[in-house]
Design a protein around this ligand. Structure first.
Ligand code: NAD
Ligand code: DAU
Length: 348
Protein backbone atom coordinates (compact mmCIF):
# COMPACT_ATOMS: atom_id res chain seq x y z
CA UNK A 1 0.00 0.00 0.00
CA UNK A 2 1.29 3.44 -0.89
CA UNK A 3 -0.59 6.04 1.14
CA UNK A 4 -0.53 9.82 0.81
CA UNK A 5 -1.13 11.67 4.07
CA UNK A 6 -1.66 15.41 3.61
CA UNK A 7 -0.99 17.75 6.54
CA UNK A 8 1.13 15.11 8.26
CA UNK A 9 3.39 17.69 9.90
CA UNK A 10 0.47 19.27 11.78
CA UNK A 11 -1.05 18.36 15.11
CA UNK A 12 -3.38 15.45 14.25
CA UNK A 13 -1.55 14.53 11.04
CA UNK A 14 1.72 13.85 12.87
CA UNK A 15 -0.04 11.41 15.21
CA UNK A 16 -1.66 9.67 12.23
CA UNK A 17 1.70 9.41 10.42
CA UNK A 18 3.41 7.99 13.51
CA UNK A 19 0.68 5.41 14.10
CA UNK A 20 0.62 4.15 10.51
CA UNK A 21 4.41 4.17 10.00
CA UNK A 22 4.91 2.09 13.16
CA UNK A 23 1.90 -0.19 12.74
CA UNK A 24 2.32 -0.97 9.02
CA UNK A 25 6.03 -1.40 8.21
CA UNK A 26 5.02 -2.94 4.86
CA UNK A 27 3.27 0.28 3.72
CA UNK A 28 4.89 3.31 2.09
CA UNK A 29 3.66 6.45 3.81
CA UNK A 30 4.26 9.74 2.02
CA UNK A 31 3.65 12.87 4.07
CA UNK A 32 2.81 15.93 1.96
CA UNK A 33 2.79 19.21 3.85
CA UNK A 34 3.35 22.84 2.96
CA UNK A 35 4.83 23.60 6.39
CA UNK A 36 2.64 26.57 7.20
CA UNK A 37 2.98 28.09 10.67
CA UNK A 38 1.08 25.01 11.94
CA UNK A 39 3.32 22.35 10.36
CA UNK A 40 6.44 21.22 12.16
CA UNK A 41 8.69 18.32 11.20
CA UNK A 42 10.03 18.21 14.75
CA UNK A 43 6.74 16.43 15.50
CA UNK A 44 8.00 13.46 13.46
CA UNK A 45 11.63 13.14 14.52
CA UNK A 46 11.07 9.62 15.88
CA UNK A 47 9.85 8.29 12.52
CA UNK A 48 11.71 10.43 9.98
CA UNK A 49 14.39 7.81 9.32
CA UNK A 50 12.07 4.81 9.02
CA UNK A 51 12.32 3.13 5.60
CA UNK A 52 8.54 3.21 5.02
CA UNK A 53 8.27 7.00 5.56
CA UNK A 54 9.03 9.90 3.25
CA UNK A 55 8.26 13.61 3.21
CA UNK A 56 7.49 16.01 0.36
CA UNK A 57 7.05 19.71 0.95
CA UNK A 58 4.26 20.97 -1.27
CA UNK A 59 1.03 22.89 -1.49
CA UNK A 60 -2.32 21.20 -2.15
CA UNK A 61 -3.57 24.41 -3.77
CA UNK A 62 -1.11 23.95 -6.67
CA UNK A 63 -3.05 21.73 -9.07
CA UNK A 64 -0.13 21.07 -11.45
CA UNK A 65 2.11 19.88 -8.64
CA UNK A 66 -0.64 17.66 -7.19
CA UNK A 67 -1.42 16.10 -10.60
CA UNK A 68 2.26 15.32 -11.20
CA UNK A 69 2.63 13.79 -7.74
CA UNK A 70 -0.36 11.47 -8.27
CA UNK A 71 0.84 10.48 -11.76
CA UNK A 72 4.30 9.67 -10.40
CA UNK A 73 3.41 7.88 -7.17
CA UNK A 74 0.34 5.71 -7.95
CA UNK A 75 -1.19 6.03 -4.48
CA UNK A 76 -3.52 3.31 -3.20
CA UNK A 77 -5.11 5.65 -0.69
CA UNK A 78 -5.21 9.24 0.51
CA UNK A 79 -5.79 10.44 4.08
CA UNK A 80 -6.43 14.16 3.72
CA UNK A 81 -5.81 16.31 6.81
CA UNK A 82 -4.10 19.39 5.34
CA UNK A 83 -6.17 22.45 6.16
CA UNK A 84 -6.30 25.86 7.71
CA UNK A 85 -7.71 24.79 11.07
CA UNK A 86 -8.18 27.74 13.42
CA UNK A 87 -11.59 29.44 13.74
CA UNK A 88 -10.18 32.78 14.96
CA UNK A 89 -7.84 32.99 11.95
CA UNK A 90 -10.78 32.24 9.63
CA UNK A 91 -12.60 35.27 11.02
CA UNK A 92 -9.60 37.45 10.10
CA UNK A 93 -8.84 35.94 6.68
CA UNK A 94 -11.61 33.74 5.24
CA UNK A 95 -10.06 33.63 1.75
CA UNK A 96 -7.13 31.54 2.93
CA UNK A 97 -9.64 28.97 4.20
CA UNK A 98 -11.52 28.86 0.89
CA UNK A 99 -8.30 28.38 -1.04
CA UNK A 100 -6.71 25.67 1.11
CA UNK A 101 -9.75 23.86 2.46
CA UNK A 102 -11.98 23.90 -0.61
CA UNK A 103 -9.75 24.38 -3.67
CA UNK A 104 -6.96 22.25 -2.16
CA UNK A 105 -9.41 19.42 -1.49
CA UNK A 106 -10.89 19.62 -5.01
CA UNK A 107 -7.36 19.49 -6.51
CA UNK A 108 -6.73 16.23 -4.62
CA UNK A 109 -10.12 14.81 -5.66
CA UNK A 110 -9.44 15.65 -9.31
CA UNK A 111 -5.98 14.08 -9.23
CA UNK A 112 -7.36 10.92 -7.60
CA UNK A 113 -10.16 10.75 -10.16
CA UNK A 114 -7.75 11.10 -13.09
CA UNK A 115 -5.22 8.54 -11.92
CA UNK A 116 -7.42 5.93 -10.25
CA UNK A 117 -9.47 5.12 -13.38
CA UNK A 118 -12.60 4.07 -11.51
CA UNK A 119 -10.77 1.48 -9.37
CA UNK A 120 -13.15 0.83 -6.43
CA UNK A 121 -10.37 -0.58 -4.25
CA UNK A 122 -8.73 2.86 -3.81
CA UNK A 123 -9.68 5.06 -0.84
CA UNK A 124 -9.91 8.83 -0.57
CA UNK A 125 -10.43 9.64 3.11
CA UNK A 126 -11.33 13.23 4.01
CA UNK A 127 -10.84 14.32 7.64
CA UNK A 128 -13.62 16.70 8.56
CA UNK A 129 -14.96 18.21 11.76
CA UNK A 130 -18.08 18.26 13.93
CA UNK A 131 -18.13 22.06 13.42
CA UNK A 132 -19.83 21.53 10.03
CA UNK A 133 -23.02 20.66 11.98
CA UNK A 134 -23.12 24.08 13.69
CA UNK A 135 -24.16 24.41 17.32
CA UNK A 136 -26.54 22.03 19.14
CA UNK A 137 -28.85 22.68 22.07
CA UNK A 138 -28.41 21.07 25.50
CA UNK A 139 -29.02 17.34 25.52
CA UNK A 140 -28.84 16.92 21.72
CA UNK A 141 -26.10 15.03 19.87
CA UNK A 142 -24.81 15.37 16.29
CA UNK A 143 -25.40 12.17 14.32
CA UNK A 144 -24.22 11.48 10.78
CA UNK A 145 -27.73 12.53 9.62
CA UNK A 146 -27.68 15.95 11.32
CA UNK A 147 -28.00 18.72 8.71
CA UNK A 148 -24.85 20.58 7.81
CA UNK A 149 -25.17 24.11 9.21
CA UNK A 150 -21.72 25.73 9.50
CA UNK A 151 -21.49 29.03 11.36
CA UNK A 152 -17.88 30.24 11.00
CA UNK A 153 -15.78 30.81 7.87
CA UNK A 154 -13.63 27.83 8.99
CA UNK A 155 -16.58 25.47 9.33
CA UNK A 156 -18.15 26.80 6.11
CA UNK A 157 -14.93 25.95 4.26
CA UNK A 158 -14.83 22.46 5.81
CA UNK A 159 -18.52 21.94 4.94
CA UNK A 160 -17.75 23.05 1.38
CA UNK A 161 -14.96 20.50 1.11
CA UNK A 162 -17.21 17.78 2.58
CA UNK A 163 -19.83 18.52 -0.09
CA UNK A 164 -17.22 18.25 -2.86
CA UNK A 165 -16.00 14.90 -1.49
CA UNK A 166 -19.58 13.58 -1.41
CA UNK A 167 -20.23 15.02 -4.89
CA UNK A 168 -17.23 13.15 -6.32
CA UNK A 169 -18.64 9.93 -4.87
CA UNK A 170 -22.13 10.64 -6.17
CA UNK A 171 -21.12 11.93 -9.60
CA UNK A 172 -18.04 9.86 -10.44
CA UNK A 173 -18.17 6.93 -7.96
CA UNK A 174 -14.85 7.98 -6.44
CA UNK A 175 -14.40 5.72 -3.38
CA UNK A 176 -14.48 8.26 -0.56
CA UNK A 177 -14.81 8.25 3.23
CA UNK A 178 -15.52 11.21 5.52
CA UNK A 179 -15.15 11.45 9.29
CA UNK A 180 -16.20 14.31 11.55
CA UNK A 181 -14.42 14.55 14.87
CA UNK A 182 -14.87 16.68 17.96
CA UNK A 183 -12.15 18.82 19.60
CA UNK A 184 -8.79 17.07 19.89
CA UNK A 185 -6.15 17.69 22.54
CA UNK A 186 -2.72 16.24 23.26
CA UNK A 187 1.00 16.66 22.48
CA UNK A 188 2.11 18.85 19.53
CA UNK A 189 -1.03 21.02 19.58
CA UNK A 190 -0.18 24.52 18.37
CA UNK A 191 -0.54 27.05 21.23
CA UNK A 192 -3.26 29.10 19.54
CA UNK A 193 -5.95 26.54 20.47
CA UNK A 194 -7.55 26.60 23.92
CA UNK A 195 -5.71 23.85 25.87
CA UNK A 196 -2.11 24.45 24.68
CA UNK A 197 -2.62 28.23 24.81
CA UNK A 198 -3.65 28.01 28.46
CA UNK A 199 -0.68 25.74 29.30
CA UNK A 200 1.70 28.09 27.48
CA UNK A 201 0.31 31.21 29.16
CA UNK A 202 0.40 29.65 32.64
CA UNK A 203 4.08 28.81 32.05
CA UNK A 204 4.72 32.40 30.92
CA UNK A 205 2.58 33.92 33.68
CA UNK A 206 0.38 35.61 31.05
CA UNK A 207 -3.41 36.22 31.15
CA UNK A 208 -5.65 33.26 30.28
CA UNK A 209 -8.20 34.71 27.82
CA UNK A 210 -11.64 33.12 28.24
CA UNK A 211 -14.09 34.20 25.52
CA UNK A 212 -17.43 35.60 26.70
CA UNK A 213 -18.62 33.96 29.91
CA UNK A 214 -16.73 30.71 29.26
CA UNK A 215 -20.00 28.81 29.00
CA UNK A 216 -19.43 27.32 25.56
CA UNK A 217 -19.24 23.53 25.58
CA UNK A 218 -16.79 21.36 23.63
CA UNK A 219 -16.46 17.55 23.49
CA UNK A 220 -12.77 16.64 23.93
CA UNK A 221 -10.92 13.61 22.53
CA UNK A 222 -7.27 12.63 23.04
CA UNK A 223 -5.47 12.98 19.71
CA UNK A 224 -4.07 9.40 19.70
CA UNK A 225 -7.62 8.09 20.00
CA UNK A 226 -8.56 10.16 16.95
CA UNK A 227 -5.58 8.67 15.07
CA UNK A 228 -6.77 5.15 15.99
CA UNK A 229 -10.27 5.98 14.74
CA UNK A 230 -8.77 7.22 11.46
CA UNK A 231 -6.85 3.94 11.11
CA UNK A 232 -10.06 1.95 11.69
CA UNK A 233 -12.12 4.02 9.24
CA UNK A 234 -9.43 4.01 6.54
CA UNK A 235 -9.12 0.20 6.67
CA UNK A 236 -12.64 -0.93 7.58
CA UNK A 237 -15.01 1.94 6.72
CA UNK A 238 -17.57 1.55 3.94
CA UNK A 239 -16.88 3.94 1.06
CA UNK A 240 -19.52 6.63 0.58
CA UNK A 241 -20.18 6.67 4.35
CA UNK A 242 -19.67 9.37 6.99
CA UNK A 243 -18.43 8.47 10.51
CA UNK A 244 -18.66 10.72 13.58
CA UNK A 245 -15.80 10.52 16.09
CA UNK A 246 -16.09 11.88 19.64
CA UNK A 247 -15.09 11.38 23.23
CA UNK A 248 -18.43 11.61 25.10
CA UNK A 249 -16.59 14.17 27.12
CA UNK A 250 -18.30 17.55 27.30
CA UNK A 251 -16.75 20.44 29.19
CA UNK A 252 -17.71 24.07 29.63
CA UNK A 253 -14.64 26.11 28.68
CA UNK A 254 -14.43 27.80 32.08
CA UNK A 255 -14.57 24.47 33.97
CA UNK A 256 -11.89 23.04 31.72
CA UNK A 257 -9.64 26.08 32.24
CA UNK A 258 -10.05 25.78 36.04
CA UNK A 259 -9.17 22.07 35.86
CA UNK A 260 -6.07 22.84 33.80
CA UNK A 261 -5.04 25.57 36.24
CA UNK A 262 -5.31 23.12 39.10
CA UNK A 263 -3.25 20.41 37.30
CA UNK A 264 -0.60 22.99 36.39
CA UNK A 265 -0.38 24.30 39.98
CA UNK A 266 0.01 20.76 41.25
CA UNK A 267 2.67 19.78 38.66
CA UNK A 268 4.60 23.02 39.12
CA UNK A 269 4.50 22.68 42.91
CA UNK A 270 2.64 25.97 43.34
CA UNK A 271 -0.22 26.80 45.73
CA UNK A 272 -3.64 25.82 44.39
CA UNK A 273 -5.33 28.93 42.98
CA UNK A 274 -2.12 30.48 41.61
CA UNK A 275 -2.79 29.86 37.90
CA UNK A 276 -6.52 30.61 38.19
CA UNK A 277 -5.65 34.20 39.14
CA UNK A 278 -4.55 34.62 35.49
CA UNK A 279 -8.06 33.90 34.12
CA UNK A 280 -9.29 36.94 32.19
CA UNK A 281 -12.71 37.19 30.56
CA UNK A 282 -12.37 38.79 27.12
CA UNK A 283 -14.69 39.81 24.26
CA UNK A 284 -16.53 36.81 22.86
CA UNK A 285 -15.60 35.20 19.52
CA UNK A 286 -18.07 36.54 16.90
CA UNK A 287 -20.75 33.95 16.10
CA UNK A 288 -19.30 31.65 18.77
CA UNK A 289 -20.96 28.19 18.57
CA UNK A 290 -22.39 27.43 22.02
CA UNK A 291 -22.20 23.66 22.14
CA UNK A 292 -20.79 20.71 20.19
CA UNK A 293 -21.61 17.12 21.19
CA UNK A 294 -21.03 14.05 19.07
CA UNK A 295 -22.83 10.72 18.83
CA UNK A 296 -20.11 8.28 17.70
CA UNK A 297 -22.19 5.11 18.20
CA UNK A 298 -22.02 4.20 14.47
CA UNK A 299 -18.22 4.07 14.59
CA UNK A 300 -18.28 2.19 17.90
CA UNK A 301 -20.81 -0.45 16.85
CA UNK A 302 -19.80 -0.93 13.19
CA UNK A 303 -16.02 -0.61 13.39
CA UNK A 304 -15.35 -1.48 17.03
CA UNK A 305 -13.55 1.77 17.97
CA UNK A 306 -13.85 3.42 21.36
CA UNK A 307 -11.73 6.01 23.20
CA UNK A 308 -8.96 4.34 25.18
CA UNK A 309 -8.15 7.12 27.67
CA UNK A 310 -10.26 8.93 30.22
CA UNK A 311 -10.08 12.73 30.10
CA UNK A 312 -8.18 12.81 33.40
CA UNK A 313 -5.52 10.43 31.96
CA UNK A 314 -5.33 12.30 28.66
CA UNK A 315 -5.05 15.72 30.25
CA UNK A 316 -2.42 14.52 32.70
CA UNK A 317 -0.34 13.07 29.81
CA UNK A 318 -0.81 16.27 27.81
CA UNK A 319 0.32 18.62 30.57
CA UNK A 320 3.28 16.34 31.36
CA UNK A 321 4.28 16.38 27.67
CA UNK A 322 4.26 20.20 27.51
CA UNK A 323 6.26 20.47 30.72
CA UNK A 324 8.85 18.04 29.32
CA UNK A 325 8.93 19.74 25.91
CA UNK A 326 9.18 23.43 26.69
CA UNK A 327 11.69 23.72 23.82
CA UNK A 328 8.98 22.63 21.39
CA UNK A 329 6.78 25.47 22.61
CA UNK A 330 9.68 27.94 22.21
CA UNK A 331 10.36 26.69 18.69
CA UNK A 332 6.79 26.87 17.42
CA UNK A 333 6.11 30.25 18.99
CA UNK A 334 9.34 31.74 17.58
CA UNK A 335 9.06 30.04 14.16
CA UNK A 336 12.82 29.45 14.22
CA UNK A 337 12.70 25.71 13.50
CA UNK A 338 10.05 26.15 10.85
CA UNK A 339 12.42 28.36 8.86
CA UNK A 340 15.14 25.72 9.23
CA UNK A 341 12.89 22.97 7.86
CA UNK A 342 11.50 25.17 5.10
CA UNK A 343 15.00 25.88 3.84
CA UNK A 344 15.88 22.21 4.05
CA UNK A 345 12.91 21.31 1.85
CA UNK A 346 12.84 24.22 -0.60
CA UNK A 347 13.34 21.89 -3.60
CA UNK A 348 10.71 19.23 -3.84
P1 NAD B 1 -3.07 21.86 12.05
O1 NAD B 1 -3.38 23.28 11.74
O2 NAD B 1 -2.31 21.52 13.28
O3 NAD B 1 -2.29 21.18 10.84
C1 NAD B 1 -2.62 21.45 9.49
C2 NAD B 1 -1.45 20.96 8.63
O4 NAD B 1 -1.80 21.20 7.25
C3 NAD B 1 -0.15 21.72 8.90
O5 NAD B 1 0.92 20.81 8.99
C4 NAD B 1 -0.01 22.62 7.69
O6 NAD B 1 1.35 22.90 7.35
C5 NAD B 1 -0.69 21.79 6.60
N1 NAD B 1 -1.19 22.62 5.51
C6 NAD B 1 -1.94 23.76 5.61
N2 NAD B 1 -2.17 24.26 4.39
C7 NAD B 1 -1.58 23.42 3.49
C8 NAD B 1 -1.48 23.40 2.08
N3 NAD B 1 -2.03 24.38 1.32
N4 NAD B 1 -0.82 22.38 1.48
C9 NAD B 1 -0.24 21.40 2.22
N5 NAD B 1 -0.28 21.38 3.58
C10 NAD B 1 -0.95 22.38 4.20
O7 NAD B 1 -4.49 21.13 12.03
P2 NAD B 1 -5.03 19.92 12.91
O8 NAD B 1 -5.64 20.46 14.14
O9 NAD B 1 -3.99 18.87 12.98
O10 NAD B 1 -6.23 19.44 11.97
C11 NAD B 1 -5.98 18.50 10.91
C12 NAD B 1 -7.29 18.23 10.20
O11 NAD B 1 -8.25 17.70 11.11
C13 NAD B 1 -7.92 19.48 9.58
O12 NAD B 1 -8.48 19.10 8.35
C14 NAD B 1 -9.00 19.87 10.58
O13 NAD B 1 -10.07 20.52 9.93
C15 NAD B 1 -9.43 18.50 11.11
N6 NAD B 1 -9.96 18.48 12.49
C16 NAD B 1 -9.28 19.06 13.52
C17 NAD B 1 -9.77 18.93 14.82
C18 NAD B 1 -9.03 19.53 16.00
O14 NAD B 1 -9.57 19.53 17.11
N7 NAD B 1 -7.81 20.02 15.86
C19 NAD B 1 -10.97 18.25 15.04
C20 NAD B 1 -11.65 17.70 13.96
C21 NAD B 1 -11.12 17.80 12.69
O1 DAU C 1 -14.69 20.72 17.02
C1 DAU C 1 -13.58 20.47 16.22
C2 DAU C 1 -12.80 21.74 16.00
O2 DAU C 1 -12.17 22.05 17.24
C3 DAU C 1 -11.77 21.64 14.88
O3 DAU C 1 -12.43 21.44 13.66
C4 DAU C 1 -10.91 22.90 14.81
O4 DAU C 1 -9.90 22.73 13.84
C5 DAU C 1 -10.27 23.12 16.17
O5 DAU C 1 -9.52 24.31 16.15
C6 DAU C 1 -11.34 23.19 17.26
O6 DAU C 1 -12.16 24.39 17.12
P1 DAU C 1 -12.61 25.27 18.39
O7 DAU C 1 -12.92 26.62 17.91
O8 DAU C 1 -13.63 24.55 19.18
O9 DAU C 1 -11.22 25.22 19.22
P2 DAU C 1 -10.42 26.35 20.02
O10 DAU C 1 -9.35 25.64 20.76
O11 DAU C 1 -10.05 27.51 19.17
O12 DAU C 1 -11.51 26.86 21.08
C7 DAU C 1 -12.10 25.96 22.00
C8 DAU C 1 -13.11 26.75 22.81
O13 DAU C 1 -12.39 27.65 23.66
C9 DAU C 1 -14.03 27.62 21.99
O14 DAU C 1 -15.32 27.66 22.61
C10 DAU C 1 -13.40 28.99 22.04
C11 DAU C 1 -12.74 29.02 23.40
N1 DAU C 1 -11.50 29.80 23.52
C12 DAU C 1 -10.52 29.59 22.61
C13 DAU C 1 -9.33 30.27 22.68
C14 DAU C 1 -8.24 30.04 21.65
C15 DAU C 1 -11.33 30.72 24.56
O15 DAU C 1 -12.23 30.90 25.40
N2 DAU C 1 -10.15 31.39 24.63
C16 DAU C 1 -9.14 31.23 23.72
O16 DAU C 1 -8.10 31.91 23.84
Amino acid sequence: MKILITGGAGFIGSHVVRLLVNKYPEYNILNLDKLTYAGNLENLRDVENKPNYSFVRGDITEAGFINNLFAKEAFDGVIHLAAESHVDRSLENPNAFVVTNIIGTVNLLQAALKTWNGNPAKRFYHISTDEVYGSIEDGGLFTEHTSIDPQSPYSASKAGSDHFVSAFHNSYKLPVLISRCSNNYGPNHFPEKLIPLMIHNILENKPLPVYGKGENVRDWLYVEDHAKAIDAIFHKGVTGEVYNIGGNNEWKNIDLVHLLCSIMDQKLGRDQGTAAKLITYVKDRPGHDLRYAIDSSKLQSELGWSPSLTFEEGLDKTVAWYLNNKEWLDHVTSGQYLEYYKQMYTNR
